[in-house]
Design a protein around this ligand. Structure first.
Ligand code: ASP
Length: 365
């Protein structure tokens, strides 16, 4: 192999990209990776050395669980020195969760790990799978000044490369199904790849080799508030005896109802050592814990601001952090720290910083 040829490992997990229609049921079922590559003859001329490994049984990504994230992380660690980059073929439904999880598991990555998939199976005429696979491979092989351009877990979809832990599947229909609401694309793939240098993650220079943390605590809940929500429902969740953490999806910039019972339930959960993280239900932006009186209540109950993390990032990060520590203040420190580029820390505006009631006395009407 010439010095310039990059070698990429494709890890095939399943997903629509490698599915075909079952003749009997009419439903989509996963294919072997060999059958997938048959549909992409361009792979032979891409100037990249491609090897592939596959899950024993390719899965629809609805079946993804932490054990699959562990398999992915272990495969990447074991093959790390032999390859210049990694492409993970994955169903789109839970790709944002898996990419987020992998980003937290793999610290100090110096090589790209690029997730991709497609909305249409690779064998159908209008498939988006061919372009997604080829561009993901080329981006995994992309070098700048003699080293990998992308040194983080990313998602390639619909002509854009995103930071993995900033992604969200927004559309069940569009071929541009993935968005990154709070972080710009790392690369725009038009006629050329246009790299957005300032948006790229710079790994910890002290780590020459990545380190993997494989554990997750799965005793977490995700509760999205809605008007009229019976608080008994929340009580039942918060009082589940194994519960270790909750991602609370609140309104707007992090607001919740003022009902005294809600306050009591959250306070009691905090006293029992349950870590609660506040994220917004909105598609863009994050929680601003100081802005409204209704969000002060949450802070007073020990709820941790999730800043502008996606729900996928907040959940997987919480599962990852809870596996490292039981201590609530340690959990708070880690959840509010920017571990892998997953959040933009919230800085209060001048008015918020100076006003006695936070945002210069802004109150809920
Ligand atoms: N159900 C599929 C999956 O996530 C959808 C897709 O791949 O787009 O595995």
């Amino acid at each position: 192999m010439s010095q310039d040829v990059q070698s990429i490992l494709v890890i095939y997990t399943g997903g629509t990209i490698g599915m075909t229609r079952d003749r009997e049921t009419g439903g989509l079922v996963p294919l072997d990776f060999d059958q997938v590559t048959k549909h992409v003859p361009e792979l032979d001329h891409a100037g990249i050395e491609v090897e592939a490994v596959s899950f024993d049984t390719p899965i629809d990504s609805s079946d993804v669980a932490p054990k699959h994230w562990r398999t992915l992380a272990q495969t990447i660690m074991q093959c790390h020195d032999r390859f210049d980059g990694f492409v993970v073929l994955h169903g789109t439904d839970t790709m944002a969760y898996s990419a987020s999880a992998l980003s937290f598991m793999l610290r100090g990555l110096q090589k790209p790990v690029i997730f991709t998939g497609s909305q249409l199976p690779i064998g159908v005429p209008r498939t988006d799978g061919r372009e997604n696979l080829l561009s993901a491979l080329m981006l995994a092989a992309h070098q700048t000044d003699g080293r990998a351009t992308v040194r983080e877990v990313a998602v390639y979809f619909g002509n854009q490369l995103f930071r993995g832990n900033r992604t969200h599947k927004e559309s069940a229909q569009s071929l541009q199904a993935v968005v990154s609401p709070n972080h710009p694309p790392l690369v725009e793939a038009g006629v050329d790849f246009v790299v957005n240098e300032p948006a790229l993650w710079v790994p910890d220079p002290e780590l020459l080799r990545p380190e993997a943390t494989l554990d997750f605590r799965q005793e977490v809940a995700w509760v999205s508030l809605y008007p009229g929500m019976p608080l008994d429902l929340l009580r039942q969740t918060l009082e589940w005896h194994d519960l270790r953490g909750v991602v609370l999806a609140t309104y707007g910039s992090g607001n919740a109802p003022t009902a005294p019972l809600l306050k009591d339930l959250l306070r009691e959960a905090n006293d029992r050592g349950v870590a609660m993280v506040n994220v917004t239900q909105c598609g863009h932006g994050g929680v601003h814990p100081e802005l409204y009186a209704t969000s002060h209540m949450l802070a007073g109950c020990g709820v941790i601001p999730g800043h502008d993390m996606t729900t996928e990032a907040a959940l997987t990060k919480l599962m990852h952090v809870l596996a490292q520590t039981d201590d609530l203040s340690d959990i708070r420190d880690r959840m509010t720290s920017n571990l892998r580029g997953e959040l933009t820390p919230y800085t209060p505006t001048r008015a918020e910083a100076h006003g006695p009631a936070g945002a210069a006395g802004l109150k809920a009407l």
